[in-house]
Structure formats: C-alpha cells, structure tokens
Design a protein around this ligand. Structure first.
Ligand code: ASP
Length: 718
C-alpha cells in the first residue's frame, strides 16, 4: 500500500475531456457541452447543452427534482404539478390509506386543489447549480497524508466552499466526490417542503404485474403518481400551511402527444443512485458468491412470510404493502443481477481486462511504480474484509428488513438518560407516544413472530462465529425463543406500551433494561458497532485509496477501454440513447413498445397481480383513447430505450429530441439488472411508461381532465 500513497494526482479533467463516446454513461449536465453535446445532436437531439443545463436562464434542469429520499420527479405544469412513479409515491399513498379509504386498491384523485393531501416529511429538491471545485478542494493536500486525514482535510475545505456558496440565500450546498474521489463537485440545491398528493391510479394499474412483472419486459404498468409543490406567497420554500400557494416553477416540461419511433433519440434526466462500473474482479466475486446469495436467502424467507399474511387479510395487505415492495424490489434485482453477470461472463471479462492492465503497467516503469500493486492490494483487502462486509449486509438485512420489534424497542433509548430534565423527559415520552401509534399502524405481531423465528438463525448462520451477537445467540438456544420473547416483551403490544408511557416514572427504565427485545437490539447494534464497524472503517479507508487510484490508473493506462463517466452517486445526471428493440435470447426479439392489447392478454381475474379494473377493460375494448392514441390507433403503454439508468432514476422524465416529455422512467428489463456493475448496450434497456397512457388514465379512466388541462400539450400540428 505504501507505494500507492506516493501517487501524485494527474489533472483529471484533462483526461475526461479527451475521450470519445458511445451510449453507456450517466453524464454531468454542466459538462454536456464539453463532452456530449456533439454526439447527442448527431443522434438526433435538437436542443443545445445550454437548453438542458444553464445557470443564466431557465433550462430543463429546473423542472427535474429529487422526490423524497430516493426517486426523481419532474414538474409538468406552471402550477407546480409533479409527476413521479407510483412506486415512488407508494409510501404516501399507503399512509393515506385505510380500510375505508383504500387508495392503494382504488386510487386517489383530488378533484380540486382543496382536496390535495399534505404529506409531512416529504420534500422535493431542485439543483440550482453545479461546479467543478476539484482544484480548490484538493489544492495543498500533502501527498503523504493518510486516508482519514485526507478525508478531514477535504471535509474542511468543502465546508468553506459550501458556506460561501449559500451565504445569504435559502439554498443548501454540498461538495461531492466523483470518479472515486478524483473529482469534486459543488452542488447547490433548493428544497420545498409542502408537497401534496394529487392523484394515483389503483395498484391494479400503477403496479400492474406486481412482483412477477417487476424488472421484466414486456411490461404494461401505469407506474405513475402525481403531487403538487406548494410554496409561500413569495414562491420560496415554506413549511406546510393552508395559506401556501401552488409553486411557480422556472421551467415545466411540455408534454408531447406525438409518440416516438424505433431509433428516435431519447434522454433521461434524473438522479441515478448507485453504480459500480469499475469494480475489480475480486469485488464482483464477492457480490456473486457471498453478498447476493446471502441477501437473497434472507429475503426469500421474509417474502414467503409477508406475502402469505398479506394474502390472508385485507388489513395486513395494506399494512405491509410498502414494506413488501421495498423488500421484493431489491430481492428480485439481485437475482437477475447474479444471473446476468454469470451469463455474460462478468468475472472473465473483468479478469481479462485486469490481465491486460497489469501487462501494460508492468511494461512501463512509471506506471509500475504507481500502479503495479493495485490489483494484488485489492485481493488482500477483500480476503480480509469480505467477512466483515457480509456481516454489515446481514446486520442491515436482519435489523432493518427483518423482525421490527428490535428497532421499535431501540427507540426507548431516549428514556435511559437518568439526568435528563423533566421537560426533556416529557417531550421524549410524547414523541414515543407518536412513534408507538405510527409503528403499530403497520404492524402485526403474528407476522413479526414468524419473521423472528425464520430469520434469526439464518442471520447468524451467515456470520463468522466471532461476529455472532452474544445475547441473541444464547437466547435462541431457549426452548421456545419466539414465545420467550413475544409473550413477555412490552414492545409487542400497542396498549401495553401506551399504558407504560402514561404511567412512566424514572425508575421504570429498569423494566426496559430487562426486556429481552431491548436487550437483544442493544446486543445486535453494539456487536455491529464494536466488532464490525471499526474493522470496516479501516478496510474502507484502504478501499477508498485503492478505488481512487484504480480509477485514475484505468483512465491513464487504458484510455480506450471505456468512455469513463463517474459512477452514479444520486447526483443529477443525463443519460441518452435511442428507442430500441433487443434480443434477450436466441431467435427472440422484443419490440420496443407495448399496447393495451397486452393488458387484456395478461388479464387474470383470479390473480391480484393481473386483475384489470372493469372501467379500464371497457375503455380498451371500445378503443376509447381520445387524443392519446398513437397515429396507428393503438394505445401505447410502455416503451424501452438504451438509456443507462439505475435505481433513483425511478420517476425520471423521458424526453424527446425537442425537450418534451414522452414518458416516465420506472424500471429496467431483466437482462439489465446487471447494469449497475456491467452495462451492455446491446441488451440493457430502461423501461418507461408512455406519457400518453398516463394522460389517458388521468383523463378517461379517472375523470381528472382538469389536471391534463393544466399541462402544456404538444400535438402533431405544432
Ligand atoms: N425499478 C427501479 C427502482 O426501483 C428503477 C431501476 O433501477 O431501473 O428504482
């Protein structure tokens, strides 16, 4: 490792700007002019880079936003109307649902702005500007400094830069690393906090095909929901208030009714979450042989339990809908990802690249000195770190996606501080009351018992002996651990917890301290924090240095291997491609769009996954598509293109050559689930719902034409 530390940083932007391009990649909008504009225009785009991103005048970027914690959305009217995926608004739709108002099953439509529903905690964020600050951030970093000190140095510099960037504004700012810490970018943002739910189709449209169709083409899902941004009277962000008014955006997307043809240019503008395109083969081996199989095994179990209970009872179906989706979405992706990586020989491809790389490096004295040991260093770090990495992933699977009793019990930590003032204590008790109500709204003890029973031994079975949480391990040796836990704990019953809080005296903390749910949660988290985390942070520092150096080395040693773009990190990116069919296997071609006939083909009234609402069947059978039909008279539902997307791009606008909205990105095909690690332009496709289907559902199905009337529609004549 010592050799690596002496590496000097080459001028990074120089290398980036000398590249030639293809379609893979997620590009920074403020560098499009320099890097991509020519290629985009040669592929058919009629816009300039300045139309897409500008700080001097309104541009497409002003209509693109982060929706909630991990999705993208876009503004589609001059009154702040926002479109995102059904699966992105799912948590909000679910939280407004009850057996009386089951918006998950029946959909929801605000027929006037008065009926739009507030969503405490939901935010949307716009990017105001982005700027390369690599020079300011890295200038003066001593070359012999350790990774930890380097990170501190960068954090201090970043703090000064962000403070200056937002001085006297209501904006936020951060400096983010790109290309694994070879480039730093300042991102200034504006966040709105009063976001109201406007509409959502029933799940039988918004989630049509459910788990079976998720990550699969051909697809017929109307995966959209609508919200509206409200602002103070000055159009600036404001906390929720009935006095707030619809936000006036700097730009909203015009909506095209013109459709598309195969090979038409498309672009997706949004916030891709995470990709790992430059992983070394040892890391891919870890994913394939350890991480994915272990995570899939845990989720196989939890889904079997949750699905069974959801089917058995309509209330549980609502309560667990959001959790089930969160668990199953990644579970299915990992299965597809492993399959795709194996079938496409990802390991062999990576190993061949590394052999070539090593060969070139060994034949050049300078490179040999700087990069000669990188691959061997990776191997030794992974050999040691893999068990700890797996332990972390299993901790996340068990603690955050497994039985919920432990996380709930952990909230009671706030009562443990014996010296807290009476005021603090009263406030903490009040907050716990609210947390208790929220927790039990979506909780069934019977489901949790089964999750504990099935997942606990599986969890321990994946861990090295030395990383086993002690109390949990011992507890599981009891005769009937499920009863021993759930029959005795305070934390399985809402009434018991609320009574406890009503009569709480300081001495009652003893009852919590001897409650097994509380003891085990402490055991699991302490075990992680004391045994796993410190080691992971050491390995993390080593890997940070290796990743940064390997990224730089690849670009220097193998400039023609790839069009190097920064891995996704949930920052604003542009990806572009063409509407395109593909061949998933020998003798099979997938056409680039689906129509409503496919909905009728898939319809199955005995399965909730393919149950089609009667009204939709009527509209389809009478071809009642109005102005939303394609020129050929059919109603397109979804389409695919070669845009390189990932999670986080959910809800992103799909844009045509003129900058008009033609669809809403929501998924990738089965063959693309590997694309976060290895993107292959021949078979990887993103899936979008056709905007005309969205409008058809809003207008003809839901009778909410007033929403379509708000939009700027572009039809054939224009
Ligand atoms: N369906 C994905 C998601 O859940 C989108 C993608 O990964 O392509 O975020």
């Amino acid at each position: 490792m010592s050799k690596l530390k002496s590496i000097f940083l080459i001028s990074f932007s120089l290398v980036v700007s000398q590249l030639v391009f293809a379609k893979e990649g997620m590009w920074l909008p403020f560098l499009l002019q320099q890097l991509n504009e020519g290629e985009m225009q040669s592929m058919g785009m009629k816009l300039s880079a300045d139309d897409i991103y500008s700080v001097n005048h309104s541009s497409l970027k002003d209509a693109v936003l982060i929706f909630g914690g991990g999705c993208t959305g876009e503004v589609i009217s001059d009154q702040g109307l926002v479109l995102t995926n059904h699966h992105c608004g799912y948590g909000q739709i679910q939280s407004h649902s009850s057996l009386d108002h089951d918006y998950l099953t029946n959909g929801f439509w605000a027929m006037s702005q008065n009926e739009e529903l507030p969503n405490p905690g939901l935010k949307v964020t716009f990017v105001i500007r982005m700027e390369d600050v690599t020079k300011q951030v890295t200038e003066g970093i001593p070359s012999d400094i350790g990774e930890k000190e380097r990170a501190e140095y960068i954090a201090n510099k970043s703090k000064l830069i962000t403070e200056e960037a937002v001085a006297e504004t209501h904006y936020d700012a951060e400096v983010r690393p790109f290309y694994h810490g070879n480039q730093f970018i300042l991102i200034v943002t504006e966040t709105y906090k009063d976001i109201r739910m406007v509409g959502a189709p029933p799940s039988s449209i918004g989630k049509f095909g459910f788990d079976t169709d998720n990550w699969v083409w051909p697809r017929h899902t109307g995966d959209f929901s609508m919200f509206r941004i409200y602002a103070g009277k000055d159009n600036k962000p404001a906390d929720y208030s009935p006095e707030n008014v619809p936000f006036t955006p700097r730009h909203h997307f015009p909506v095209s009714l013109k459709g598309y043809q195969e090979d038409d240019f498309t672009m997706v503008f949004g916030f891709p979450g995470r990709t790992e395109e430059y992983l070394p083969s040892v890391a891919v081996e870890y994913v394939l042989n350890e991480s994915n199989p272990a995570k899939i095994a845990m989720r196989d179990q939890s889904l079997a339990i949750i699905n069974k209970w959801m089917k058995s009872d309509p209330l549980i179906n609502i309560q667990y809908a959001s959790k089930q989706s969160r668990i199953s979405n990644a579970w299915k992706k990992w299965i597809g990802q492993s399959k795709g990586l194996k079938e496409n020989d990802a390991l062999e491809v990576k190993r061949a690249l590394e052999a070539d790389f090593q060969n070139k490096v060994d034949n050049n004295a300078d490179w040999k000195q700087k990069y000669g040991s990188i691959l061997a260093d990776y191997k030794s770090v992974y050999d040691e770190a893999a068990a700890y990495m797996l332990s972390r992933e299993m901790f996340i699977e068990y603690y955050y996606y497994g039985p919920e009793i432990f996380r709930f019990a952990s909230k009671f930590d706030v009562l443990m501080d014996k010296d807290q003032s009476d005021e603090d204590l009263t406030r903490n008790i009040e907050n716990l009351r609210k947390a208790t109500e929220a927790h039990f709204k979506n909780y069934q003890e019977a489901v949790d018992r089964e999750l504990f029973e099935q997942l606990s031994t599986l969890y321990l079975g994946q861990l090295d002996q030395i990383m086993h949480p002690r109390e949990l391990t011992l507890f599981l040796t009891r005769k009937d651990p499920v009863r021993a836990l759930y029959d005795k704990t305070l934390f399985a019953s809402k009434e018991a917890v609320l009574d406890f809080l009503d009569d709480f005296k300081r001495k009652d903390v003893k009852d919590i301290e001897k409650d097994w749910a509380y003891i085990i949660q402490k055991d699991i988290t302490n075990n992680y924090n004391e045994i796993v985390r410190p080691r992971l942070s050491e390995y993390g520092n080593q890997l940070d240095l290796l990743n940064r150096t390997y990224m730089q080395a690849l670009m220097e040693v193998m400039p023609d291997y790839k069009n190097y773009y920064p891995d996704a990190n949930f920052s604003l990116r542009v990806t572009y491609g063409k509407v395109k069919s593909y061949q998933p296997k020998n003798a099979v071609t997938y056409l680039p769009y689906t129509t409503t006939s496919g909905i009728i083909e898939k319809m199955d009234t005995t399965s909730y996954e393919y149950d089609v609402p009667e009204k939709l069947v009527d509209l389809i059978e009478t071809n009642d598509y109005g102005v939303y039909a394609d020129a050929d008279g059919t109603m397109h539902v979804c389409f695919i293109a070669t845009n390189h997307t990932t999670g986080g791009n959910s809800g992103s606008p799909a844009i045509n050559a003129n900058g008009e909205l033609i669809g809403l990105n929501f998924d990738r095909t089965w063959e693309s689930t590997m694309s976060d690690i290895m993107y292959d332009p021949n078979i990887c496709r993103n899936i979008m719902v056709d905007i005309r289907y969205v409008l058809f559902i809003i207008d003809k199905y839901a009778g909410a034409k007033h929403l379509v009337d708000e939009m700027t529609l572009i039809s054939e004549q224009q």
